[in-house]
Design a protein around this ligand. Structure first.
Ligand SMILES: [Zn+2]
Length: 495
């Protein structure tokens, strides 16, 4: 990665060139010359360009070999050259780039994750993503290594969560007995809505242990919740450990529960595996960047590192009066040493692929350039897809959202931990995650047609036969105007 460039408007373009070049992994011995197709830089050694730009490339800096194909060079330069040019390439360009594959990708998967299927808001989703990945041959891929999660203990959860809360989450319960309690609670809630219980009754309920830990409403206690919390947290921590030992790409699609707080559950999230994974990564990395693409603000993670300048959190989310969780409105936030290290990108309704790509190219990537993280943790919540059944707020497609995440990982070349998150159309969510995994493994995912034959009937509507059937934006207005995005950029980057 590059050192911070000197601030000068004249240097912006070469800086972007250098950054773009640094994103491409080329063997070090391929000595550099930028050739052809670029009049200004043709034949100029990278060191000269760097000198002109008044900054020093870091030791890992590599430049393009003379043999770089014209399409590859054109693609890189088009990214580097014009602020109007999308960060993205078309999938055909991507294929032609022929970037080296990461030596190893790990995914936390396996039968031991059955408990993840029990999460009430995403029933069966873990099995479905696993079946899709298996059906497209990703689990048997030569570069894929599967990890069975090592369940997290109370001590493990207490690295972030309050111990009392961790004990409550992992407390063994007689589930049969508790199911009765649950249905009683549901009856109580319904009754209260109908008859407006007395204030005293509500106070009594608020004092119950479950309510004080947020284990009510959208975070009810559910059968085998202890096992669920243990494997979700353990899975992300284990993926983080893999990344420490193999700085490539690690995945836990069952993770990304970004709303869980230190001592209470919120927004379908019980245990904050993202925070626990980042804490584990901190053992090796001193600068970690968390990037959250879920429809909702990644409040639990942002709050956890609000005081830290070792973890830069960036959350792109929908924000509006009354929209959960109601935070993440201030573009630049943080406290104490962490001031400026919490970035929020609150969006309006209708965010489309092109707008998200612009945000990534013109806000997120410059933050990467400036912060120079040693590791990325990317939350790939899928509730912003145009097909989401619970939320009809954003308008993203699998092909472009997935490609954007892939490019962020591959072009930065930074070790990355990918996590799941929201997503309430299970099949479309699992397709997105399967697609990202396939791209990272170098598969021709655009060619996927039929869904695999052996998907569980209970998880998939038997009429669903094709992978790309629903990959078309819905008819909705994009309220995030270019002017609005420029305002956000200006507030965050000060330009
Ligand atoms: Zn969400």
């Amino acid at each position: 990665m590059l050192s911070t460039p000197a601030a000068s408007p004249h240097l912006i373009w070469p800086t972007r060139i250098l950054f773009a070049m640094s994103l491409i992994a080329i063997s070090p011995e391929e000595h550099c010359l930028l050739t052809a197709r670029n009049e200004e830089l043709a034949g100029t050694p990278a060191a000269s360009i760097a000198a002109r730009c008044s900054f020093t490339p870091a030791p890992g800096f590599r430049t393009l070999p003379t043999t770089t194909s014209s399409i590859k060079l054109a693609s890189i330069l088009s990214f580097a050259r014009s602020p109007e040019t999308s960060f993205m390439s078309s999938s055909s360009e991507l294929a032609s780039l022929n970037l080296p594959l990461p030596p190893l990708v790990s995914a936390v998967l396996g039968q031991s994750l059955d408990a993840v299927d029990l999460l009430p808001s995403n029933e069966g989703r873990q099995s479905l993503v696993q079946q899709l990945m298996k059906g497209y041959g990703l689990l048997d891929h030569a570069k894929m290594q599967l990890l069975a999660p090592r369940p997290a203990s109370v001590d493990d959860l207490a690295k972030f969560h309050d111990r009392d809360y961790a004990v409550e989450l992992l407390r063994p319960r007689n589930w049969k007995e508790h199911e009765n309690e649950l249905s009683q609670l549901q009856r109580t809630i319904l009754k209260r809505r109908a008859t407006r219980e007395s204030r005293d009754d509500r106070r009594a309920q608020a004092q119950a242990p479950c309510a004080s830990y947020g284990l009510v409403f959208d975070c009810p206690i559910f059968p085998h919740m202890d096992e669920y919390c243990s494997v979700v947290a353990g899975g992300s921590v284990q993926a983080a450990e893999f990344l420490i030992n193999n700085p490539t790409v690690a995945i836990n699609w069952g993770g990304g529960r970004h709303h869980a707080h230190k001592s209470h559950a919120a927004g379908f999230c019980y245990v904050n595996d993202a925070v626990l994974a980042i804490l584990r990564l901190r053992r090796k990395y001193s600068r970690i960047m968390y990037i959250d693409f879920d429809l909702h603000h990644g409040d639990g993670v942002a709050n956890a590192f609000k005081l830290s300048n070792n973890v830069l959190t960036v959350s792109v989310h929908r924000a509006d009066a009354g929209f959960f969780p109601g935070t993440g409105l201030k573009p630049v936030d943080g406290l104490g040493r962490g001031t400026g290290y919490e970035i929020n990108i609150p969006t309006k309704k209708g965010l489309c692929d092109a707008s998200l790509e612009w945000i990534v190219a013109h806000i997120v990537v410059p933050k990467i350039e400036g912060y120079r993280p040693q590791c990325l943790v990317i939350q790939c919540g899928a509730d912003g897809l145009c097909t989401d059944t619970e939320f009809r707020e954003w308008n993203l497609t699998i092909s472009r959202f997935g490609t954007m995440v892939y490019q962020l990982v591959r072009r930065t070349g930074i070790p990355s931990l990918l996590l799941g998150g929201g997503g309430y159309n299970s099949l479309e969510t699992c397709k997105l995650w399967c697609y990202i995994t396939g791209l990272i493994l170098g598969e021709e995912c655009q060619a996927w047609a039929q869904l695999p034959d052996d998907l569980d009937d209970e998880l998939v509507d038997f009429r669903e036969l094709e992978f790309w059937t629903h990959d078309t934006p819905r008819n909705m207005a994009e309220q995030n105007t270019h002017e609005y995005l420029l305002c956000l950029q200006s507030a965050i980057l000060g330009c």
